[in-house]
Each structure stands twice: as C-alpha cells, then as structure tokens.
Design a protein around this ligand. Sequence first.
Ligand SMILES: Cc1cc2nc3c(=O)[nH]c(=O)nc-3n(C[C@H](O)[C@H](O)[C@H](O)COP(=O)(O)OP(=O)(O)OC[C@H]3O[C@@H](n4cnc5c(N)ncnc54)[C@H](O)[C@@H]3O)c2cc1C
Length: 462
Amino acid sequence: MYDFVIVGGGVVGCCISRALSRYDVTVALVEKEADVSLGASKANSGIVHGGYAGKAGSLKGELCIKGNNSFESLNKELQFGYKKIGGLIIGFSQEDRTNLMIQYENALKIGQTDFKWLTRDEILELEPHINPNVLCALFSPSIGITSPYEMTIALIENAIENGVTLLLEHEVTDISLEECYHIETSKGMIKGKWLINAAGLDSGKINRWLGNNELTIHPRRGQYILLGKDQNVVNHVIFQTPTEKGKGILVTPTVHGNLMIGPDAEDLLEDPKTETSITRLESIVKQAKNSVTSFDVKRALTTFSGIRAMSSNQDFFIKYVDDFAITVGGIDSPGLTSSPAIAEYVVDLIKEKCQLTVKKDFNPYRKSYFEMENDTLVCQCEIQGKNRILKALNGPIKLTTTDAIKRRVRAGMGNCQGLRCQPLIKEIISDYHHIEKNAVEVRTETDKPSRVSIEEIRLLSI
Ligand SMILES: Cc1cc2nc3c(=O)[nH]c(=O)nc-3n(C[C@H](O)[C@H](O)[C@H](O)COP(=O)(O)OP(=O)(O)OC[C@H]3O[C@@H](n4cnc5c(N)ncnc54)[C@H](O)[C@@H]3O)c2cc1C
C-alpha cells in the first residue's frame, strides 16, 4: 500500500509527486498513457503568465502569481528550459485601452506590480514587426516561456529519483473506500491511504467516484500552428487585448526559438479529440497577422491542438472531497504557470491532517539531456546526437516511441519534422529494446487525431 496515490501524469500530478517526494512517504503516480504529459500539459502555449491571467480574489489569480515567482529557481534545479522574456498585451483602439486598464487594475490587486504602459513608438522599438497600427500596450517583464512537456518530464524524473513510483498504462477505472482507497486500474488494483485526483479532463468523473458532485469539466480546444525558427520575428510574448469574446490569439517565440501562433477557443461536447481544422487555423493566421504582420505561414512546421479542462465554477477546484482524498481539477490556463504553487497548496492541505517529515537525502537536482555530450548526429535539423537519445532511453521512464524521444531531446522537432531522422531513431530504439524495427511506433496515445497537413497550410493565401 502507498501513502499517496496520485492519478494523472500531467504537469499538475507530476508537480505534486515531486513536492511529496521531499517527504518521508511512499508515493505512486498512476497514468493511463504510456508516457507522462500527453494531455493538456503537452499541447499548450507554454507561457509563464503574469498575475493578470486570473481574477483578483480567485484561487487561479493567487496561484498563478505564486507559480510565476517560482519558475526561476525550479528551472535552476530541474533544467527544463525557461526564459523570462517579458510579454506585451497590445491594443489598437480606445476600447482596447479601456480593456487593458481593467487588466492592469486586476494585476495590481493580485500583486503584480511590474506592468508598464508603452507608447506606440516604444512598442515598435521593442518589436519592429508589430502591426504599425498599434496604439498602446501593457508590458510585463515577468512573463516567460517554457517547454511544458520538458517541464513535466523533468518533474517526474526528479520525483522518481527521489523515490516516487510511476505506473504508466494504468487507467483508473473505479475507486472505492474500504479502510483505504482501492484504486482499480486496467492493470490491477492499487491501494492508497490518500488519493490525489489530478486527472485533467477526467478529474470531474473521478471526483464523482469519490462521492462529490461539485465539479463538472467542460472541454475547450485550442489550435496552434508552429513555424520554423527562421520565422521567429518577435522578442516577447505578444498578446492581444482580452475581450468578453476571449483572450485573442498570441504570437510567441517558443523556448527553443520557433514561432508559435494560437490558440483559439472551441467548446466541445463529447469525446474531445486533439484534431485541427483548416478553417479554424486560417482564422488563427488572420488574427495573428493583426498583431504581427511579417511571418510567412508557408514556413509552418506542424499544427496541433490541446484541450483545456474548464471547471464549472470558473476557478481551479482544489479541495478535500473525502477525508483523505483531494481533487485538483478544472486546471485550465494558467495551470502550467500555477502548477508549482498548486503542488505547494496541496501539500499544505495534507499538512492540515498529517505530519510530513522532510527526507534527509532529497535531491532537488536533475540534469537536462541537452547538458550531455552530443556525438554522432541523428537529427540534422535540431543538431541532436545518438548519445542524447541513448541517455533518454536509459532514463528512468521506459521509452518505446519516436515521439517520446522527440519530447526529450528534440530529435524530429526540426524543419523536416523527422522525415530524415525518424527511421534512424526507430533503429536506435529497436536495438536498445531488442525489438523489430517495424514494431517501433511513432506514438501510442489512445487519442489519434487527424491534423491539418502542412501542405494544406501552405495553400492558404494569407
Ligand atoms: C490550448 C491551451 C493553452 C494553454 N496555455 C497555457 C499557458 O500558456 N500557460 C499556462 O500556464 N497554462 C496554459 N494552459 C493550461 C495548462 O496546459 C493546464 O492547466 C495544465 O497542463 C493542466 O495540467 P493537468 O496535469 O491538470 O492536466 P493534464 O496535462 O491533462 O494531465 C492529466 C493526466 O491525467 C491522465 N488521466 C486522465 N484520466 C485518467 C485515468 N482514468 N487514469 C489514469 N490517468 C488518467 C491523462 O492521461 C493526463 O496525462 C493551456 C491549456 C490549453 C489546452
């Protein structure tokens, strides 16, 4: 029996695992997929938001700013990649200026005091490729960018190093309480004294299994286009002025230097899939061009989408739902930013009922694969060598797909999108696991969505 069983290997479950691995307790993280970070934590904007991203007085607002403040030190410990590049929320009209003022006042109430108003000239000096019709902007130096899946992987790798057990391909199918929690999974039953439900889109369902009906999850999809590094024409995160209709489309560099545009917001009903559609992507490009005029969508590399787990109460839902069960659900944006603070919040809830003793030998550090020697090149586009791929295969999680390698060492993320290196990576995986090369899959996710091809994107005349 484990002291703590955490359901869900997204950034939230992995952050909580790592936070608990500081203490002298046994922890299992249970994830239905064959890797961590295959839900919302894989496909999002990767923005480390400022305090404006949650309303003053909400848990979202409080945890977003606390989370933002912890990224610098967390990245020093775990080396997942984080850059505090700052962000601009730009406006084109008096109406936008009024809406920006609301953001400014909210940020002040929440404790974010670094926002600065910029004039048109100042904006164009910072960002020469912004639409010259821009009128005003709010600038925040504390906004940053990160790689969400590399962060999630780093968290769980460090948690495993500190004693956490990761159980992949264990889908939780039911939970009952008989002295302790009996967690039924696709691979047998697991017992836990405590249960933490961090199951993203499934957090509402699991909450109901725990006897609480207060949380309903509404899936909301957001689509993106990722462009080549040669299209990275901005230095900061460029947001549009949020309105009642939505947050607008952002244009941002990624932490590895690509340009990314998106996401839109599409409410879904049943069986949400991470597919992309040409009509929505076309609209995203048009809206992005309102902010930044000079990128060439024909240099797109790929399209993808992620699904937000919107909670029925518009705020994060983090509370005891049974004597020793905590649901951490409805973690939509800015959940990535907030995740370190969410983990601390959960640990504080636990400490209300049980004493946690810090382990003497807790090791907070984890080395990035990019710190390791780069030998014979496998991925020419991203300059990644065989040694790093082998290091990833040798890591604490069993990796069997080319996508799992890609998320760790970027081999296959470049201009050719794995056209040249994917067969080589399959060979390395097959040699490593002594399996047939054609048995090595690209991905194993249960959600195999259809995505708009780059050929279709290149036909867009925008
Ligand atoms: C389009 C989009 C843009 C966003 N942009 C940002 C941003 O820029 N900045 C920011 O701060 N936040 C952003 N977010 C929000 C952020 O991505 C999420 O808040 C965060 O990833 C949520 O993490 P999670 O661990 O709760 O959920 P997930 O990552 O979805 O993890 C839940 C996990 O639970 C597993 N699971 C589900 N059911 C079961 C089961 N029955 N048994 C076992 N495992 C199960 C899933 O497989 C999954 O791995 C964005 C989200 C989206 C979708």
